[in-house]
Design a protein around this ligand. Structure first.
Ligand code: GLA
Length: 370
């Protein structure tokens, strides 16, 4: 009888710990600091799985659309928009009262080829391309006016050395494509925040290019509210000093700072340049896919330490940072299982493959913050 009671108590404790008590909710830990967001995919946005829905609602107060509002999904053909995901996404955001992000209006990836071509498959001219881009912004940002609270207007337009990326946008329209995009987004939804978003913004040369141009836009009266630092980190790179300098520089240039796509890759990065690696099956490699059957305590401790130091830094600069968004809900759906090579088992987030919280890491983050 007593044993049965103990067992019942134990299983009840387990049940409740899986639902994470208030003290461990990320959005509560950082309630006075910044929004805590999560990128959601098409299955999660309208999921019948109660675990998914309650995890999103309990832990996060901001949402980002992982892929569903990218051009190829929302506007696959010239005369066809597909708003199924977007409508479900904003409905979820409204239901849980989240600060809801749009991602992304203009990017060189996941954008169909037709966008840059006329009906004869010839490259579009500058005016035609800009007007096509403006129509897109009007249709997408216009539909969700007042429901999407901040937009990644332009994503990844700069090279590592701070020059403009030679994307189709830039090749056809020069840097004016960015100015036109921000102008249009501001006109379509004056109430939404507007962001420039990129990876490796911690790199000084890249950041200088971004900030110089953002300031140029501002001086011309074009509204840019924040610079998004994506935050796809590894265990030992970038350094805290590099991240911190990025936060400070963006703030001093007059923009809000957002960490928009946070995750920490725990796997070794194969060097693509090495000829031998090209023929290697990384998924079956003990060296490059070492945690196929579970992460070791040592690696998990490194992940915990990395997350704790990162969040301690963010907390130190909470007057500059308005949002920190994780790029995915749980390890099982992270893009890092398939990047930079396919089919590995990665552990970059704070919820595991069963969407259970990594309580030791979350506790460690919470203790650094308090
Ligand atoms: C970039 C994009 C994101 C996503 C990630 C990889 O960071 O901004 O939308 O595609 O790459 O998943």
């Amino acid at each position: 009888m007593i044993l049965k009671k103990v067992l019942t108590f134990a299983s009840l404790t387990l049940l409740f710990s899986a639902q994470s008590p208030d003290s461990e909710r990320l959005k509560d830990i950082f309630a006075d600091s910044f929004y805590i967001g999560v990128a959601v995919n098409a299955r999660q946005v309208n999921s019948s799985d109660e675990k998914v829905t309650s995890l999103i609602a309990n832990q996060f107060n901001s949402l980002s659309p992982e892929n569903g509002l990218k051009w190829e999904r929302v506007h696959p053909e010239l005369d066809r928009y597909d708003f199924k995901f977007g409508d479900e996404y904003v409905a979820l955001g409204q239901k849980i009262g989240a600060f809801t992000i749009g991602h992304c209006l203009v990017w060189h990836q996941q954008t169909p080829r037709w966008v840059f071509q006329d009906q004869n498959n010839e490259p579009l001219g500058k005016d035609a391309l800009i007007s096509r881009m403006e129509d897109h912004i009007e249709s997408v940002a216009g539909r969700y006016k007042g429901k999407i609270h901040g937009w990644d207007v332009v994503n990844e337009a700069f090279n590592e050395d701070g020059t403009f990326r030679e994307s189709n946008w830039y090749k056809i329209a020069g840097k004016d494509f960015m100015k036109a995009a921000f102008r249009k987004a501001s006109e379509v939804d004056p109430g939404a925040e507007l962001y420039y978003n990129d990876y490796n913004v911690w790199r000084a040369s890249k950041r200088k290019g971004i900030l110089d141009f953002a300031k140029e836009m501002k001086a011309e009266g074009i509204r840019v509210d924040a610079i998004g630092m994506q935050g796809h980190y590894q265990l030992d790179s970038p350094t805290l000093e590099e991240i911190e300098q990025g936060i400070i520089d963006i703030h001093e240039a007059g923009f809000k700072v957002m960490i928009t796509e946070l995750d920490v890759d725990v796997l070794p990065r194969p060097r693509r340049a090495e000829g031998a690696d090209l023929n290697m099956n990384f998924a079956n490699s003990d060296e490059y896919n070492p945690y196929r059957d579970g992460i070791t305590p040592e690696a998990e401790a490194k992940l915990a330490a990395r997350y704790a130091e990162i969040f301690a830094l963010y907390e130190k600069h909470k007057d500059k940072i308005t949002r920190v968004t994780f790029w995915g809900l749980g390890d099982g759906v992270s893009w890092l299982n398939n990047f930079p090579v396919r089919g590995r088992t990665n552990y970059p987030l704070l919820f595991d493959r069963n969407l259970e919280p990594k309580t030791e890491i979350i506790d460690k983050i919470a203790s650094v913050v308090k």
